[in-house]
Design a protein around this ligand. Structure first.
Ligand code: NAI
Ligand code: PYR
Ligand code: MG
Length: 543
């Protein structure tokens, strides 16, 4: 007799119909005699750590999540700083690039341009319509700094949602990863026989907008309680669709708003330390952005609130910000500019273009240098040393992802400043011992923001996501450092505290939603902060 063990969850889509459960125990005799849960957790970690390559670790964890979701999330929470570089940046970048090669099982929804006119039926095939609360939607056109990956962008939606589940206790079956297939302009994928997406070039913006209008409407009909996070759209479309839908649906753009919030938070903590070292007031900071895409401009807009909170007018705040793109310093008389760059174009400079970073540093004399350019190594040793010569404690944030595209490494920043640097990067770097002292790099990544922002928006049942909610998430994060973290000079809390931080951020976000009048769960208005925090924490799913 042959016993065929085909458990229900072996089919990925079937599994999605169930609340997350461990695999059922096999009948007596078919399981090893001493299969203990805690020991099995150790076994899983040993198997995970035994993989030589990070991409193999990614594949292992992806399979573990499919087979035994509670175990995956329990381990993710317990080993957050070990798991995030695998399930998220940098390894998720490679997982995206190799998605079509490594594909094993379905996870999420694919909506293609060919579905235009019938998107409703595609969305309604999702098994848990009424439970859906948060979706991360990408069109794969700018995945991290890796460019247009087409449908291979799906793992970025999956990875962000794993962080929602682990970091903010969103129920796994309330999350929907979505990848839109609007074609790809990357010839390598169009030529690849394994490529899983449509073999066609990206459609023009007018056709994409018709598709997006239908998609967003049908999303709101199929999933009435859903918050949408736009992720890794190319810069022009990132701004276009955020503006188009932000007053109509609960939606935010992670690269513009989430990144703005996380960098504002790190900057607030860095600026205090930098000003203490220089003796100059907080209002004297000048920030230079290397990179003026969705992330650079998103952060610049959010950093305006640092100066306005210090009492400056909008004009004064704007004058503290300088942007560089691939043609150098951005100024009004340089020539026609993309719309998203116009607001920050300098009007106090009208000479010939300045393209060299060192020349720009010497002209601007910034206290802070932010990298959102995808240009690996753009912060040369000379640039770092120039920042050190200008400031006793410079702020240097190379924020491009994944790690290989970082504008500089933590080690270079430490060497170039003799250890006197306030540093945060988009992807993680190891800590460094410098002249007998341990120095810790910050990770200025929107992963600190979106779990708490999303949790707050979902619990308050927001009709839209206001700027004040995004700012509240940032201030909530900035104020979350413990005395111990401050003593170590950290700019961001340790990632192991992500649940606690997400709970605190969610409370601030709910309060801001109430003040903006976009909350539908109005019963929460009468709760004290302590009651609200207890309520939020009580709603978190625990593996
Ligand atoms: N740390 C974080 O949480 C986040 C980091 N990012 C990272 O930010 C980076 C940029 O993303 P987007 O703004 O969407 O991309 P984008 O491609 O729209 O923008 C890149 C910008 O850099 C400029 N640039 C490129 N080469 C340059 C050069 N040689 N010199 C000067 N400027 C140059 C471009 O002109 C453009 O303004 C990506 O690597 C992404 O991973 C994005 C979101 C969040
Ligand atoms: C972190 C992130 O959202 C990005 O690099 O695009
Ligand atoms: Mg992103």
């Amino acid at each position: 007799m042959t016993i065929v063990l085909t458990p229900y969850w072996s089919n990925g889509v079937q599994r999605l119909k169930m609340a997350p459960q461990p695999p059922p125990k096999p009948p007596h005799g078919l399981a090893p005699p001493t299969l203990d849960d805690d020991i099995h957790a150790q076994r899983c970690m040993a198997q995970f750590r035994g993989k030589d390559k990070d991409i193999e670790k990614y594949i292992y964890l992806s399979a573990l999540k499919e087979r035994d979701p509670p175990m995956f999330y329990r381990l993710a929470l317990r080993h957050m700083s070990e798991f995030t570089p695998i399930i998220y940046t940098p390894t998720v970048g490679q997982a995206c690039q190799e998605y079509s090669k490594n594909y094993r099982h379905p996870e999420g929804i694919f909506v293609s341009i060919k579905d235009k006119g019938k998107i409703r039926s595609v969305l309604r095939s999702w098994p848990k319509l009424e439970d859906a609360r948060i979706s991360v939607v990408t069109d794969g056109s700018r995945i991290l700094g890796l460019g247009d990956l087409g449908i291979n962008g799906m793992p970025i939606s999956i990875g962000k949602l794993s962080l929602y589940i682990a970091g903010a206790g969103i129920r796994p079956h309330s999350t929907i990863p979505i990848c839109l297939d609007l074609g790809t302009n990357t010839q390598k994928y169009l030529d690849d026989p394994l490529y899983l997406g449509l073999r066609k070039k990206r459609v023009p913006t007018a056709e994409m907008t018709e598709f997006m209008d239908e998609f967003m409407y049908e999303m709101s009909q199929a999933f009435p309680k859903l918050l949408v996070q736009f992720e890794d759209f190319s810069t022009d479309h990132a701004f276009l669709y955020l503006e188009r839908y932000r007053n109509q649906y609960p939606v935010f753009n992670d690269d513009i708003q989430g990144t703005g919030a996380v960098v504002l938070s790190g900057f607030i903590n860095a600026a205090r330390l930098s000003s203490q070292a220089s003796g100059r007031p907080l209002s004297s900071h000048r920030i230079l952005f290397f990179g003026a895409g969705s992330a650079g401009v998103g952060v610049a807009m959010q950093l305006m609130s640092f100066f306005t909170l210090e009492g400056m007018t909008e004009e004064e705040a704007r004058s503290r910000i300088y942007l560089i793109d691939s043609q150098g310093l951005i100024y009004a008389s340089r020539g026609p500019l993309a719309e998203h760059k116009e607001y920050f174009a300098r009007t106090d400079y009208s000479g010939p273009p300045i393209t060299d970073l060192i020349d720009i540093l010497e002209y601007v004399k910034p206290t802070a240098l932010m990298g959102l350019s995808t240009m690996s190594g753009a912060f040369t040793m000379e640039a770092i040393q120039t920042m050190a010569a200008l400031n006793p404690l410079p702020i240097i944030f190379p924020l491009s992802n994944p790690v290989k595209l970082s504008e500089c490494t933590f080690e270079d920043a430490v060497r170039g400043t003799d250890g006197k640097v306030l540093f945060a990067s988009g992807s993680p770097f190891p800590e460094i011992e410098w002249k007998g002292k341990m120095l810790y790099p910050g990770q200025g990544n929107n992963m600190y923001i979106f779990p708490g922002l999303g949790l707050g928006a979902i619990i308050a049942r927001c009709s839209s996501v206001s700027d004040s909610m995004v700012e509240a998430s940032s201030l909530g994060l900035a104020n979350s450092l413990t005395a111990d973290e401050k003593a170590k000079g950290l700019l961001y809390p340790v990632i192991e505290r992500i649940r606690e931080i997400s709970g605190d951020i969610a409370v601030q976000v709910i309060r801001a939603a109430q003040a903006a009048g976009v909350d539908h769960h109005t019963d929460l208005r009468s709760k004290s902060d302590a009651e609200l925090l207890a309520f939020v924490n009580g709603r978190m799913w625990n593996p």
